[in-house]
Design a protein around this ligand. Structure first.
Ligand code: HEM
Length: 174
């Protein structure tokens, strides 16, 4: 049975992880803090392009999961095994919903057409004026919680078993 992920899964995990952290941090502490003026368009554009790439990568990853043989199971209780499964599925589901709500928010507010196609329109005051904007914000907090749960799980497994579980998702020799 396989003891570590293959290179393509490792690259996907690394690239997506970095992009998601960037989007969560800059979305929360930069984007939603700047007033909505034309000067914000550049930051909006970067956020939307990266968000779309993350969404596409997530969909590709979901399609690919079923195609690869399963890894050797971890030495955990059946409860923890269920929790790990829940965490992994929830991350993919919530990530897809974050991406889709972002698209619907930029479509509903017209900001997408203004930024990408140069259309005229009124720039919205706050993304919280739109249900999709509120949904996008809440979903990003849920995603943050799931990612924190994911990281705590990895380190608590390492503390408990003294096994470097991170090596399953890194470019180390078998
Ligand atoms: C899939 C990964 C994505 C992540 C992790 C993410 C993360 C975030 C975060 C953390 C915020 C701030 C929310 C708040 O402060 O409550 C935000 C706002 C926003 N996001 Fe995303 N986003 C993603 C994808 C997208 C996509 C695909 C689009 C559109 C194509 C988009 C459009 C927006 C817009 C328009 C805002 C509002 C910004 C503002 O008005 O201040 N996002 N996003």
């Amino acid at each position: 049975m396989l003891t570590k992920y293959n290179s393509s899964a490792i690259i996907f995990h690394l690239v997506q992880g970095l992009m998601i952290v960037f989007l969560l941090v800059t979305g929360t502490f930069v984007l939603s803090e700047i007033p909505n003026t034309i000067e914000k368009f550049g930051s909006f554009k970067i956020h939307m392009i990266l968000g779309l790439i993350v969404l596409v990568l997530t969909i590709i990853r979901i399609i690919n999961i079923g195609k690869h043989p399963k890894l050797e199971p971890l030495k955990v209780s059946s409860f923890r095994e269920k929790l790990i499964k829940f965490n992994h599925i929830a991350i993919y589901v919530v990530l897809t919903l974050v991406g889709l709500s972002g698209i619907l928010l930029s479509k509903g507010s017209g900001i997408g057409e203004m930024i990408f196609f140069g259309m005229d329109g009124e720039i919205y005051n706050s993304f919280k004026d739109y249900n999709m904007g509120i949904a996008h914000g809440i979903l990003t907090k849920v995603l943050l919680f799931l990612i924190a749960m994911h990281i705590v799980g990895v380190f608590s497994y390492r503390l408990k078993t003294k096994e470097n579980i991170l090596s399953r998702m890194w470019f180390t020799k078998k």
